[in-house]
Design a protein around this ligand. Structure first.
Ligand SMILES: [Fe+2]
Length: 240
């Protein structure tokens, strides 16, 4: 499964629009849905997606459209994951092999989609319309690993620019320190790391608002990071 091609195709063809409606994220469906659509929307609104609704049009530097479409993509990932997991019982396990086949497709798709959903939740959970500064605990962790917040940001930004999927700040439970990693694919998560902060570097995350300007996207994203959420993750990870 080539998620990046899937993302790009889905985004450019506007297929996410259907998920916008299904997730109840479109303005029309949110406020005054057409009578025929209203019942369908009421039956399909996903509360897990709805909790991010306040981000639409509220993040300085990000258009309502890009956030809405990105949330629709997350909804599609959730729906696909649900579909994949529901097919679990109908696949002949005796035919499993590592070259090709239904069970291999199931195993690979489940891993990729599960991580896609979780990574996007981490991304959206740590965005805020407000201005939230890093607290003492996260600042100290970054200073211990990188010398200063600014030095951390230089390395984090460079890492994000060097990958095709996710820039990651994580807590290394073995080394007991904050570390930076980057992913080209959602299924690559490094062992032994608890996520603190992730940034989506797939084109769908920024191209509408920052075409050809991923550095500007990263700067706008950093200004919208909810460091309270990052602190909470750091406390959970470091006190295990
Ligand atoms: Fe994304």
């Amino acid at each position: 499964m080539d998620r990046h091609n899937l993302d790009r195709r889905s985004f450019l063809r506007g297929l996410a629009g259907a998920a916008v409606i299904a997730a109840g994220l479109s303005e029309a469906s949110a406020e005054e849905p057409p009578v025929t659509m209203a019942r369908a929307v009421q039956n399909t609104i996903n509360p897990d997606i709805q909790k991010y609704r306040g981000l639409i049009g509220a993040l300085e530097g990000f258009s309502a459209t890009i956030i809405r479409e990105h949330l629709a993509l997350l909804e599609r990932y959730r729906q696909k994951l649900s579909e994949v997991e529901s097919r679990n019982q109908t696949i002949d396990l005796a035919l499993a092999n590592s070259l090709a086949g239904s069970w291999r497709n199931h195993v690979m798709a489940r891993l990729e989609l599960r991580n896609s959903v979780r990574l996007h939740e981490l991304y959206f959970d740590a965005l805020t319309p407000k201005s939230v500064k890093p607290d003492q605990k996260i600042t100290k962790a970054l200073e211990e690993s990188y010398g200063s917040f600014d030095q951390w940001w230089i390395k984090f930004r460079a890492t994000a620019m060097a990958v095709r999927a996710w820039g990651i700040l994580a807590w290394d439970n073995q080394a007991k320190r904050a570390v930076i990693f980057g992913l080209d694919n959602d299924s690559e998560w490094p062992l032994g790391l608890d996520p603190l902060l992730v940034v989506d570097m797939a084109e769908h995350a920024y191209v509408l608002d920052f075409i050809g300007q991923p550095l500007a996207y990263l700067d706008a994203w950093l200004a919208r990071v909810n460091w309270l959420a990052v602190e909470s993750r750091l406390i959970s990870a470091s006190e295990k």
